[in-house]
Design a protein around this ligand. Structure first.
Ligand SMILES: [Zn+2]
Length: 266
């Protein structure tokens, strides 16, 4: 009897865990970097083991190994034996449009950027994931400038997705809900909707919040799943799965790029 009770409890907890930890539909992590010792062959194995498709992304822009048009073909070629993966371009900084032609950009299956690098009103280049390169004279002014920057990026740059969304510098991240007021959320959501740009649900930073995701969903914005891994140590989209269940997201809420190699377009 005791054994049966234990088995039933085991079964119930397994079922419970299963619905919390598994996605109700297949996922594609569109923000996987081969860096920090994590190789393309590791990606093949991890993607298969965790049953999550991947988009492999290269950072391009000033200060990165790939920073001009002539280098794009070699990036695409390096992935030609892995047609199971989508190929993404992560544009860095705001100058990227000057450095890459439309033709080069279109060789990727999708292109995205974030709002973590920008020049502020005093001409200081901010990289807001690095404390020493983040200039906060006044938190509210910084926040207003950041939201304006996000809206400007979404309104002017030819991207499919906005990633690391709503990211705040370490000095302010502990007060995420305070700084991300409904008015600020809605400005970003409207810009994404107006310009048909999907918003990433980021596993590493656990952003945006469930509240933001629900508002964006209600406004008709599409989402993507992304990790932005530093190395091989990432966890199979746990945050995105939590948000899918909590915010009742369905496959129709997600943007899925077309794989140009599988489609015969490249
Ligand atoms: Zn990235």
């Amino acid at each position: 009897m005791k054994r049966i009770a234990v088995s039933i409890i085991g079964l119930i907890s397994f079922t419970f865990c299963n619905c919390q930890n598994n996605s109700p539909f297949p996922l594609t992590d569109l923000h996987v970097h081969c860096k920090g010792g994590f190789t393309i062959e590791d990606a093949v194995i991890k993607s298969k083991n965790e049953n999550i498709s991947y988009g492999i992304v290269t950072n391009v822009g000033i200060g990165f190994p790939v920073h001009n048009d002539s280098q794009i073909d070699s990036v695409i070629n390096s992935l030609k034996n892995y047609p199971q993966f989508l190929i993404g371009m992560q544009a860095e900084g705001r100058e990227w449009l000057n450095n890459f032609s439309k033709e080069s950009i279109s060789k990727f299956d999708y292109v995205f950027t974030d709002a973590m690098t920008f020049t502020d009103a005093k001409g200081r280049r901010n990289r807001i994931w690095i404390q020493a390169e983040t200039w906060i004279d006044n938190e509210e002014e910084f926040m207003n400038y950041l939201v304006n920057t996000i809206v400007k990026i979404l309104s002017t740059e030819p991207i499919n997705m906005y990633v690391n969304p709503t990211y705040l510098p370490a000095q302010m991240a502990d007060r995420y809900d305070y700084f991300w007021t409904e008015e600020r959320m809605d400005r970003v959501i409207k810009a994404a909707k107006d310009h048909n740009i999907a918003i990433e649900i980021n596993n590493r930073f656990k952003i945006p919040s469930a509240k933001f995701i629900t508002r964006a969903k209600n406004a008709g914005v599409k989402f993507t799943v992304g990790t932005n891994n530093m190395d091989s140590n990432f966890d199979g989209a746990a945050y995105a799965i939590e948000m899918i269940n909590k915010c009742h997201l369905t496959p129709a809420d997600f943007y899925q790029p077309v794989n140009k190699r599988q489609n015969g377009k490249l």
